[in-house]
Design a protein around this ligand. Structure first.
Ligand code: GTR
Length: 336
C-alpha cells in the first residue's frame, strides 16, 4: 500500500452494487499485497462515527505494517444505510458503520437496544452493550453475512418539529414524524399519537422543508449535521431511546482473513470505541450549544411518564422469544 488511504475517488452506487468496490479496493493497493477495507457512513467527514472508523483504520494500518487499511466513504456517497447493508451482507462492501435500526428488518433480535426507556443512563447503555448482552445481539448477525465488530454511541434521541414544543403526548397528536426504517420505530412513534413516516435520514431535510413531515427524532449531533434545526427549531427532551451505532464487517471478507488478522481487526475496532465516545460526548455538548445559540428552542417534557406508559406495549410486541426475553432482563439487571 503506497500511502494512507485518505482521499477516496468517487465510486458510483451501481459499481458498489455490482461488486465493483471489491475490485476497486484491490486496485487501490497498487499490487503491494496490502488491502484497503472500504467502509460506508451516512454522516459527513468529521462526524464522530466517521472519525472513529478512520481511527480504527489507523490502528489497523499500524499493527499490520500497512497490509490492511480502511477507507471511509462518508456523507452517504455509497447510498443509504439500508442499501449499503444489503451490499455488505453480499460481500460487496467490507465494512459499514450504520445505525442499529435499519438492521431490524434483517434480524429481529437487533431491535432490543431500541426498546424505549430500556437504558437508565449512558453508563448503563455502555455497560450492557460492551458486555455479554451486547455481544449476543451482534452475534445474531453472523447468519445474515455480517460480523458485528463494535458498538458506537448515538446518545439519546428526542423529538424535534416545525410547529411547537412537545410537553406531553397530546402535543404530538397528528404530527407527521419521520422515523428510521424499522417496524419498532414506527410502532413506538405511532403509540404516542403521532403519525410515523419512515424514510432514510438523507431525505429528512427536504421533507421538512416541503412539509411532507412535521418533525423527526434524533440526537443533537444528527439534528445539527443534517441541518434539520434550520426548519424544525423545537427540540423536546423526551430521550425515549438510546439506539446505538454499530460497525460491521462483511462475513465474506472476515472469512478470508487469517485468524490472526481477525483478532487484530476486532481489537482495533474495540479500541476505537473509547476514542469515539470521547469525541461523541464533546460533540453532543458542542452541537447543543451551537444550536441553542442559533435559536433552537429546547424544552423538558412535563409528562415524561406519559411517554413511558404509551410506549410500554412495544415490549410485548417485540420481546417475544426466550432469547429476547433473556437479553432484555439481563440488560435491565445491569442498571445500577
Ligand atoms: C443517526 C445515526 C445515523 C442514522 C440516523 C437516522 O443518529 O447516526 O446513522 O441512522 O440516526 O435517524 O436514520
Amino acid at each position: 500500500m503506497a500511502s494512507r488511504p485518505d482521499h477516496p475517488p468517487a465510486v458510483t452506487r451501481r459499481a458498489a452494487a455490482t461488486g465493483g468496490l471489491a475490485a476497486f479496493a484491490l486496485a487501490a493497493c497498487g499490487g503491494s499485497g496490502g488491502r484497503v477495507l472500504l467502509s460506508s457512513d451516512t454522516h459527513p467527514a468529521g462526524y464522530p462515527t466517521v472519525e472513529a472508523v478512520q481511527e480504527m483504520g489507523r490502528l489497523l494500518f499500524e499493527r499490520t505494517d500497512g497490509r490492511l487499511g480502511v477507507r471511509v466513504y462518508a456523507g452517504g456517497q455509497l447510498g443509504s444505510e439500508r442499501d449499503t447493508l444489503e451490499i455488505t451482507s453480499f460481500g460487496g462492501l467490507d465494512l459499514n458503520r450504520v445505525f442499529m435500526s435499519p438492521l431490524n428488518a434483517i434480524e429481529p433480535d437487533t431491535t432490543i437496544p431500541s426498546l424505549p426507556f430500556l437504558f437508565a443512563s449512558r453508563d448503563h447503555m455502555r455497560r450492557a452493550l460492551d458486555g455479554a448482552p451486547g455481544r449476543a445481539i451482534l452475534d445474531t448477525l453472523e447468519k445474515h453475512g455480517l460480523i458485528g465488530l463494535c458498538y458506537y454511541d448515538s446518545g439519546e434521541r428526542s423529538f424535534y418539529n416545525t410547529k411547537r414544543p412537545i410537553l406531553s403526548p397530546e402535543d404530538l397528536k397528528g404530527l407527521k414524524i419521520r422515523t428510521p426504517n424499522s417496524d419498532l420505530s414506527v410502532e413506538m412513534i405511532n403509540a404516542t399519537g403521532a403519525n410515523a413516516t419512515p424514510m432514510d435520514l438523507g431525505e429528512v431535510y427536504q421533507s421538512l422543508v416541503q412539509g411532507v413531515i412535521d418533525g423527526a427524532e434524533n440526537n443533537w449531533p444528527s439534528f445539527e449535521s443534517g441541518r434539520h434545526f434550520e426548519v424544525a427549531p423545537y427540540y423536546s427532551l423526551t430521550r425515549h431511546v438510546m439506539t446505538p451505532e454499530v460497525l460491521l464487517m462483511s462475513r465474506a471478507r472476515w472469512d478470508k482473513l487469517t485468524s490472526a488478522d481477525r483478532d487484530i481487526v476486532m481489537a482495533c475496532a474495540q479500541e476505537s470505541v473509547p476514542f469515539m465516545r470521547r469525541l461523541w460526548d464533546e460533540r453532543v455538548e458542542a452541537s447543543r450549544n451551537r444550536l441553542l445559540a442559533a435559536g433552537v428552542k429546547e424544552n423538558e417534557v412535563t409528562d415524561r411518564e406519559a411517554f413511558v406508559r404509551l410506549m410500554q406495549p412495544i415490549y410485548a410486541r417485540f420481546v417475544t422469544t426466550p432469547f429476547q426475553k433473556r437479553i432484555v432482563s439481563e440488560i435491565e439487571g445491569m442498571a445500577s
